[in-house]
Ligand binder design. Sequence first.
Ligand SMILES: [Zn+2]
Length: 146
Amino acid sequence: MIRYHRLEPRFVQHLPDQLMPGILYVSMEYGTVGHSCCCGCGEEVVTPLTPTDWRITYDGETMSLSPSVGSWSLPCRSHYFIDRSRVIEAGQWTDEQVAAERRRDHLAKQHHYGADCGQMLPTLEPEVKQPDTPGRLTRLWRWFSG
Ligand SMILES: [Zn+2]
């Protein structure tokens, strides 16, 4: 169930420690978009902007994020589209669909970046902040910032 049906875009340098629900934070410096899960579960969903991951469209007022956000590693397994700042609930995926998307994503990254660095690349799945392990996100950001 979606509780937040609108996300207001906010451009920031760094994502804040606490993401406010209803805000779509965009860090151009880190090529990262973050928001609090629209189901209201409070989990932070971080989506990298790269040629093989997500992309944003900003029209000066509203923000669109594509493709959809599927938080398969969260208990809520939320899946929704963000279209012109509106949050549109999408259907749940089966485990098979999730596995197929992971394979497709891996191949797309191999194709784009070359086969050798496939292991280093983030997968097309939102990063979920683990309370006691900030290292994963830090590593991801370090990778992006070179
Ligand atoms: Zn959620």
